[in-house]
Structure formats: C-alpha cells, structure tokens
Design a protein around this ligand. Structure first.
Ligand SMILES: C[S@@+](CC[C@H](N)C(=O)[O-])C[C@H]1O[C@@H](n2cnc3c(N)ncnc32)[C@H](O)[C@@H]1O
Length: 415
C-alpha cells in the first residue's frame, strides 16, 4: 500500500473529473495531477483516501511525455504550487480534448447517455474555444485573491489553506492586473476580489468574511471607482452587476452562452419562459424580446442580484423577477403551472431531483440547461431521461482555459 510521500512510477490512464488522471498500482487507484493520459510519470503520493483504496499524487517527473505536453506558461504552476490551474502543462487543443472526455464520461456514467440523436458521444460532444480567446490567457475579468498572513495576495495551493503569493496571474486581464491589487498589502483581510468589467469599470472588494477587520469593504483604489457595482455589456444590452455578484468571468462567455441557449431553444413569439437561477437577468433579458411580450418568470435567491435584475430589465414589463429559492418558488401556488421554455443555470451542485421534477411537470417544449459542473449535469440529465425526456444536444465551451472547469449547454426535450 502506498503511503503519503511514497514515490512510484506509473502509467497514466484516462482523465477524470477534477483536473487529474487515473493510474493504478498494485490494486490502488491513483488520482495523479500534473500528468496527461498515456504518459509514464514518477508520482509522489500527497494524500491517502479511505482505507487506502485510492490516493492523490503529483507527477514530479515525466518518464515518457504525451504529445500534448507543453512547458507551463506560468512559473507558479506545478506540484505543490498555485492551485488555480490544472492543465497549464497541456496544449490548448489537448486541454479541450480532456474536457470533452470528462463531459462525455459524466453524461455516460451519471446520465446513462451513449449517443445523441444516433450520433456516438465521441462525435456528438466537443468543447470549443470562445470568441476572443487569447491563447487561454488574460481572460479573467473577475478574480478572487486569497491573502496570506503577511497581507500578500495570491491563490491557495491545491487542497490547502496555504497561499502562494502571485504578483501577476497570467489568467487575469490587463485591466484586472492594472487595478494593482496584487501590489498592495491586504493585512487583516482573508480575500480580496478585483473586477474589470466590459463596461469599463474597475472595482476592488474585500471579502465579506473580512468585515470584522479594520479594512473598509469597498476600497477606493487611487484612480478607480470605489463603488460596489460595475457595468457589463452583453447580448446587445447593458447590465449592472454588484462587483462581488455573479457574472460570467471570460469576456466571451456571456455572449457565447446567450447565443447557445437561443439556438437550442429557438424561442417563438408568444411562448412563455422560466429563467431559473437568473442572476442579474442575463437569459431573461436576452430572450424576452423574442417572445413578443409573453410572460417571463425569472427566479434568483440573491436579494442584491434581484435588485440588479429589476434595474437591468425595467424596460421589459413582461419579465417578473422573483427573489426566492428556485425549489420553493416552483412549489408556490401562484407560480405558473406550465411554461413553453425553461432556462436552468444552477450553481455547481446542479438543479437536483425536486427542481427537475417540478420543471418537467410543467411540460415545456424545450429546456436549456447551462451547466458549470458536468457531474451535476450528468445526474440531472439522467433524472430527466428516467422521466421520459431526451437529451437532444450538448455543446461544451472552454470558458476557463488552463483550469479543469468547463461550461456546457444541453437541450432537453420531451422524449
Ligand atoms: C451560475 S449562476 C447563473 C446566473 C445567471 N443565469 C447568469 O448567467 O448570469 C447561478 C445563480 O443561481 C443563484 N442560486 C443558487 N442557488 C439558488 C437557489 N437554490 N435558488 C435561487 N437562486 C439560486 C446564484 O445566486 C447565482 O446567481
């Protein structure tokens, strides 16, 4: 049995969800970071799982490299270093192939899907770059830095509370870097966020968990606006978003997802829409003008996000914003008992069985499921399929290059 700290040479097998690959050694499963499928690596065990059946390990040297291996562009990437990125050592096409493999595997294993409209998953499911991508770098318009004991900003090391100070993260946009956040001392804060929006605003916000400290929550960085919200532009509209609220991070993301949802649903005049987990109203605002005044209900439990959504969509009186938990709102007697179209954009945990059942009971013509976690998507698709629904399409998008994260837009229709 491998113990923590053991070194072993292994042949690396397939990629798994979470930014690592699977290898085996004398009956034990290894989840190996910093490796690629098909490689032979020397790995050091970093953590031993329950009863020693599995271990986590870092590849510390490569005996036989994959054709997809590249030198990581960031000096902070590597075993024991910054935990923000998972795939700096893979080419961008290689990263997208890994993400597509994970998306297929989760749909197959958790969703029971083996083909889509007669096309094998291998051909039906891809992960594409988004427009405006710059070699997978300089895409983070919003970043949350952890702060170390001496006040330096950086990122947590993988599965650790320790902070790797990082003066210039290659993933942040030039405008975020230009806020100078990493050049300041943040002693007393746990975390600090920097935002540079598509509307030209900048904000630096100290994490609410740090409120007990003497630091003001919204920092007035010289030359920057210190207010707590920023303007974004997407889908031909302007949006107001709290600096610490939810907005897609990659500059190409909001437009790409709106187009994918619109293409999947093909909204028709007169059709009604539910936008569940609506945030500041992105999908409701983009789709309502296509529905010719038909009723749109948008649900979000964040009070501040709902206030932004009301302001953002004030010109669309057919959109009703409900500040509520999605599951609870769907059970309300005054919630509509049918809808033609549904957008589901849940957090990483997914919609879950109760929400899926309540949505399917409303017998929509089509559901666009926007997923940031392929496992949650797999589970919810499996639930819908068991209820007689069909997965009609899935598109993957590389909204988070260099990390293991991906976004997918799935179309569910009655079977
Ligand atoms: C992935 S974001 C999507 C936001 C929006 N659709 C967008 O694209 O900008 C998920 C949103 O769901 C909200 N949320 C999470 N769990 C919720 C729940 N149980 N009920 C209502 N809203 C929830 C979060 O506050 C967040 O705004």
């Amino acid at each position: 049995m491998l113990e923590k700290g053991a070194r072993v040479v292994v042949d690396v097998g397939p990629v798994a969800h979470g930014g690592h690959c699977v290898a085996r050694h004398e009956g034990q499963v290894l989840f190996v970071r910093h490796a690629l499928p098909g490689e032979r690596v020397e790995a050091v065990v970093t953590e031993v799982g329950r009863k020693g059946r599995w271990v986590r390990a870092d590849a510390v040297s490569v005996v036989q490299a994959s054709a997809d291996r590249v030198v990581p562009p960031c000096p902070h990437a590597g075993p024991g270093r910054c935990g923000g990125c998972d795939w700096q050592h893979a080419s961008l096409p290689g990263q997208r192939a890994l993400k597509a493999a994970v998306l297929r595997e989760q749909l197959a294993r958790l969703g029971g899907v083996d083909e889509i409209d007669g096309v094998p998953l291998e051909d039906a499911v891809k992960v594409d770059a988004v427009p405006g991508d710059r070699d997978g770098l300089a895409w983070r318009t919003r970043v949350r830095y952890a702060v170390d004991a001496s006040g330096r900003a950086g990122f947590h090391r993988h599965r650790s509370h320790a902070v790797e100070p990082v003066e210039h993260c290659l993933l942040v946009t030039d405008d975020v870097q230009g806020t100078g956040t990493t050049l300041q001392q943040w002693q007393g804060a746990d975390a600090v966020s920097a935002v540079a929006s598509s509307g030209g605003d900048r904000a630096v916000v100290v994490d609410p968990a740090s409120l007990a400290s003497t630091l003001p929550r919204e920092i007035n960085v010289p030359g920057l606006r210190g207010r707590g919200w920023v303007r974004e532009q997407a889908a031909g509209r302007d949006w107001r978003v709290r600096a610490d609220g939810f907005w897609q991070v990659h500059p190409g993301a909001a437009g790409t997802l709106v187009a994918a949802v619109r293409d999947a649903l093909d909204p028709q005049p007169g059709e009604t829409l539910l936008d569940l987990y609506c945030g500041v109203g992105l999908f409701a605002g983009a789709l309502a003008p296509l529905l010719d005044g038909a009723r749109v209900d948008a649900v979000e439990f964040g009070i501040a996000a709902c206030a932004d959504a009301r302001r953002n969509l004030h010109d669309l009186p057919e959109v009703r914003i409900h500040a509520d938990d999605v599951a609870r709102w769907l059970r309300r007697p005054d919630a509509p008992d049918s809808a033609d179209l549904v957008v589901l954009d849940p957090p990483r945990s997914g919609a879950g069985a109760d929400v899926m059942d309540a949505v399917l009971d409303r017998a929509p013509r089509a559901i666009a499921y926007v997923a940031c976690d392929p496992a949650a998507l797999g589970r919810d698709v499996g639930h819908a399929r068991a209820a007689g629904w069909r997965l009609a399409s899935v598109r993957g998008f590389d909204l988070f290059p260099m990390t293991h994260h991906l976004e997918a837009v799935a179309l569910l229709v009655p079977g």
